[in-house]
Design a binder for this molecule. Structure first.
Ligand code: OSB
Ligand code: MG
Length: 379
């Protein structure tokens, strides 16, 4: 059974034309390094897909996977190879949105990569006609979106304390702390227990194994939601842990790449972090959100340190989630010294206004200067 609304289904018949695809790898310097159980990041390397229509309109889509396969199996150079060898030769003669999606669905996995192509195509349609897939989704949406911050691992108590105070001061609606089995320093628990914010949570990025249950217990005993405590595919560890301990309140992230995986885990978790790239694009995101709404599953939009291009897109999707308390979509200046939008995303009192995400304009000069690799696919 499909959970896609009729009006969205109808939109899939929209005609598309493709004269050329351009693959640009851009690298945005970060304001400071970010540490998590996945590793450390000093800059954001992102693949941007540029979809050129035969009329010369350009649509932009961000492939938000990491440069390495440590969050999901996808990585930037792999994504380029997949688009070059398997996506472009297939889709270059497609003439509707639905045809492109059908061709993409022949490729197993590679969700972030397929999402970037769909987003670029959708953006080209939106720029040509004024309306893309999200403008055809007839759901109530918010004028401004509540924002949460995902905070990396800290190496000392003073820095952690300072970062918590400034996040509270800036108005973030949720503080999410990265955790790992080796992060059980006294300063961490001191800071978290004295943190004066009504909405705090943890994100383990799948770092806890069966041999780490004692460490997990220290974090779980604080009663907060823990995002992805175990590696994807190791969900059975939840039951094993709970057999000897109290229940875990889990938010799923890496675990869910398809609606099928979500249905399999239904009723076994507290909330879902949806990343449009991770679930393979806009149509899949709409369907997953419709499913969550139907079954009252709390859902919010997660981030992959997107550049302004992916961020604006994520924020527009977040605007449909009228019940969500916060999304991991901080303003541009929290991450980068320079972004690729004419109007980088800003936050006021913990909210991002629609004016920042409905019609993002690309700063072509910044885009060009930040490009580190460029590939053109035509004919
Ligand atoms: O687990 O949510 C995650 C960033 C990269 C990879 C995985 C994750 C994250 C974040 C960052 O937590 C959220 C953001 O973009 O602010
Ligand atoms: Mg996460």
């Amino acid at each position: 059974m499909s959970y896609v609304p009729d009006e969205v289904n109808l939109f899939l018949e929209s005609p598309v034309s493709l004269a050329k695809l351009e693959l640009a790898v851009i690298e945005l310097p970060q304001i400071k390094p970010f540490y998590s159980s996945i590793g450390v990041r000093h800059s954001r390397k992102a693949l941007i897909v540029k979809w050129y229509t035969t009329e010369g309109v350009i649509g932009y889509g961000e492939c938000s996977c990491r440069p390495d396969p440590f969050y999901s199996h996808e990585f930037v150079n792999g994504a380029i190879e997949v688009i070059q060898s398997y996506v472009y030769p297939q889709i270059k003669r497609a003439n509707s949105y639905r045809q492109v999606l059908d061709l993409l669905s022949k490729i197993r996995g590679w969700n972030f990569t397929k999402a970037a192509v769909e987003m670029a195509m959708n953006d080209a349609i939106r720029r040509s006609t004024g309306k893309g897939i999200l403008e055809h989704w007839n759901r109530k949406h918010l004028e401004r979106v509540p924002v949460g911050i995902s905070m990396g691992l800290f190496s000392d108590g003073a820095t952690m304390d300072e970062s918590i105070s400034s996040a509270i001061h800036e108005g973030y609606q949720r503080l999410k702390f990265k955790i790992s089995p080796t992060y059980d320093h006294p300063f961490v628990f001191r800071n978290i227990e004295s943190c004066d914010h009504p909405n705090t949570s943890f994100d383990a990025n799948g770092s806890f194994k069966e041999s780490d249950f004692e460490e997990l217990k220290k974090f779980a005993s604080l009663g907060k939601i823990i995002e992805q405590p175990f590696a994807p595919g190791s969900y059975y560890l939840k039951e094993e842990y709970e057999f000897a301990n109290s229940p875990l309140h889990i938010c799923l992230d890496e675990e869910v790449e398809t609606l099928g995986q979500l249905i399999e885990h239904k009723d076994q978790f507290a909330e879902l972090n949806v990343k449009p790239g991770r679930v393979g694009g806009l149509l899949n995101t709409i369907e997953i959100i419709e499913f969550c709404m139907k079954y009252s599953i709390p859902v919010w939009i997660g981030g992959m340190f997107e550049t302004g291009i992916g961020r604006a897109q994520n924020l527009q999707i977040a605007s449909f989630l009228t019940e969500a308390k916060a999304h991991d979509q901080s303003p541009s200046n929290r991450y980068f010294t320079r972004d690729v939008l004419k109007q980088p995303v800003e936050m006021q009192d913990g909210f991002i206004d629609g004016s920042y995400f409905y019609k993002p304009e690309i700063d072509e000069i910044a885009f060009k200067e930040l490009t580190v690799k460029l590939l053109s696919l035509e004919s």
